[in-house]
Design a binder for this molecule. Structure first.
Ligand code: KG4
Ligand code: ZN
Length: 350
């Protein structure tokens, strides 16, 4: 092994459209990391196409793993364990990561650890604090806002999480992407919608804050998406590529839409903190990069007196570094066997 005198593990992530691997030490140091994104493959379809994603993972997984090991100066024999996200996600995508991890575990005779990708997203918050030398971020409420998930958890510790609620239809990021598609802003569209929103009036359109006051921790963004559609084209068939909107209207739609999403996310997170009496909110997933969301969460944290930990931008989107959560499972002797199978789908209640 190279310079490192700490135990190291290899983490593999292939739940959606990022093929990623990382070599991380027990204390959370990243010795090697490689991510192959697929955005360019899915862009023309305006969303992730599962079959294309799976095939791309298959081509990339071994070079990505090899690159992260080389960067770390580590060989298979030096690893303490191999960790892989086995849930939730796209079936074909997950399968590539899990089969690669199982094959290497068998070939190198290393223990296998199965990671819940959503728990890992929240563990990214712990990693940012560990880097600062701070102690545990648990217990906390965890909010995951990504392209595939909008979920609230009560996190007793890194791997003991209770599902409180989540989206019953579109995820927050998915809604951003679909609004971007309607406005021809490209894919993934969250960043573009957020950029247009900065120039717009968030009161220009009165979009619904679905389920905000229903007393549950569930979310729904599909009605909001339809409201945006009706606001820009009305009901009926429409070819959005020929739609001509002024820059002012585009900006106002984006701002009003973004405000509606953020208001509900912030309101439910605040209530979860209050009702469970925990001191901290953890936020992960791609939409956590959204400036309005960050600002409103910071204001809520200040007003309500809770500690806010948002994952660092590079750990908000899918990555394998957050697979460092596997150490917590290793500490509890919680290993997977070579029978490990995938648990795909939109996970509810895990
Ligand atoms: O966590 P992530 O990589 O998604 C999944 O793998 O599920 O996050 C990607 C999502 C996309 O839907 C993207 O549009 C959204 O996060 N996103 C944003 C922003 N940056 C990325 N949404 C709103 N505002 C942003 N600044
Ligand atoms: Zn993710």
């Amino acid at each position: 092994m190279g310079e490192c005198d700490e135990d190291v593990l290899l983490a593999i992530e292939s739940t959606c459209d990022e093929t990623a691997a990382a070599v991380v030490t027990r204390s959370g140091r990243v010795l090697g990391e490689c991510i192959a994104t697929q955005e360019n493959l899915h862009e023309q379809f305006g969303g992730v196409v599962p079959e294309i994603a799976a095939r791309a993972h298959l081509e990339r997984i071994l070079p990505v793993i090899d690159t992260s090991l080389r960067q770390a100066g580590v060989e298979g024999k030096d690893l303490h364990a191999i960790a892989v996200a086995d849930r939730p996600g796209l079936a074909g995508s997950l399968l590539v990561g899990v089969v690669a991890a199982k094959s290497l575990a068998l070939a190198w005779q290393k223990p296998l650890v199965a990671i819940n990708h959503l728990h890992a997203h929240l563990y990214a918050c712990q990693l940012s604090r560990t880097a600062d030398g701070d102690a545990s971020v648990y217990p906390a409420i965890g909010l995951i806002v990504s392209g595939g998930h909008t979920t609230l958890y009560l996190c007793r510790d890194a791997i003991d999480l209770e599902y409180l609620g989540g989206t019953i239809d579109d995820a927050a990021g998915e809604a951003f992407d679909k609004v971007a598609a309607m406005l021809s802003l490209g894919f993934p569209g969250g960043v573009a919608v957020a950029r247009w929103a900065e120039k717009g009036d968030d009161q220009a359109f009165s979009f619904p804050r679905s389920k905000q006051h229903d007393g549950s921790y569930d979310f729904s963004f599909s009605g909001l998406k339809t409201a945006v559609r009706y606001a820009i084209v009305g009901p009926g068939r429409q070819d959005f590529s020929t739609l001509e909107l002024s820059d002012e209207i585009k900006a106002n739609v984006c701002a009003s839409f973004e405000a509606a999403v953020v208001d509900v996310l912030v309101a439910k997170s605040r209530r979860a903190i209050r009702e469970h009496g925990v001191p901290r909110l953890l936020v992960g997933g791609g939409v956590a990069a959204n400036r309005r969301l960050r600002r409103q969460l910071e204001e809520a944290a200040e007003a309500d007196g809770f500690d806010l930990v948002i994952a660092p931008p590079e750990l908000c989107t899918d990555n394998a570094v957050m697979g460092a959560i596997a150490w917590k499972k290793i500490d509890r002797n919680d290993f997977a066997t070579l029978d490990l199978d995938i648990t795909p789908g939109l996970q509810r209640g895990f």
